[in-house]
Design a protein around this ligand. Structure first.
Ligand code: SAM
Length: 231
């Protein structure tokens, strides 16, 4: 049986590339975005009542990881990228039908737009459905996951003084909690598993319209060295 689906909206996100997006929602509360609803869902009718809800489930398409041939086994980054697992045992982006799901904080409801935070979604992500989070049914206190039992350990993030000033200035310009966003995302340590880079190697990623650059002075710590508007 084949069934076609079409997006109800598109996410405009702080994340402009896949690198350095947290592996799950809620890990970076400062990660904000707007879900722009598409017709006919953009009039306010489809979201009436949603202002009574603090969190929503987003079902979305991993639009930058779609593949023709389904994978049965994947190598989750969480396991270091060198151990394979059944695709259904993981939250890997490469999966049959390319469907992702995230619980995100609902900061505001406007006709045609939902204001979101704590997202793990790339800019341009097509959203297939939106459902209210139902605490009594969706939260399972006794749940066990032996593969991902807790949030990944955070790494120390330090700042070069000039970079911190740049981050504050750009955050003010954007009206966004940019310092917190950078700290929360880099604390997840986005470098590929087991990569021990030389101290002088510079990593970079774009959040909003700024390019963030950092180094690893030690394998266990990050130093942010530049936060500059993208040229
Ligand atoms: N919470 C979701 C889930 O469990 O289905 C996503 C988990 S997945 C491991 C999270 C990663 O998906 C992020 O780190 C980011 O790199 C990637 N990602 C986010 N949006 C994407 C998109 N539209 N296309 C491809 N990859 C995406």
């Amino acid at each position: 049986m084949q069934h076609s689906v079409s997006p109800v909206g598109i996410v405009r996100s702080c994340f402009k590339e896949k690198f350095a997006i947290p592996r799950q929602p809620q890990l970076a509360p400062a990660a904000r975005g707007v879900l722009e609803l598409l017709p006919p869902f953009d009039t306010g009718d489809a979201v009436a009542g949603l202002e009574q809800v603090s969190h929503v489930w987003l079902l979305f398409l991993f639009h930058q990881a779609l593949e023709d041939k389904p994978r049965l086994k994947v190598r989750p980054p969480r396991l270091g990228g060198n151990k394979s697992m059944g695709v259904f045992a993981t939250r890997a982006t490469h999966r049959p039908n390319g469907i992702g799901q995230s619980v995100v904080r609902l900061q505001g409801v406007e006709p045609g737009r939902l204001l979101l935070s704590g997202i793990d979604l790339l800019d341009g992500t097509p959203v297939l459905d939106i459902k209210p989070y139902v605490p009594y049914a969706d939260s399972v206190p006794e749940a066990v996951n032996g593969i991902a039992s807790a949030a990944p350990a955070a790494i120390e993030v330090n700042w070069q003084a000039s970079a911190l000033e740049q981050a504050h200035a750009n955050g003010l310009r954007l009206g966004e909690p940019l310092v917190a966003l950078i700290e929360q995302c880099l604390a997840q340590d986005p470098r590929p598993a087991y990569q021990v880079p030389p101290a002088e190697r510079v990593y970079g990623v774009r959040f909003w319209d700024v390019q963030v650059r950092w180094q690893y002075p030690t394998p266990e710590s990050i130093r942010v060295i530049e936060v500059a508007p993208d040229r």
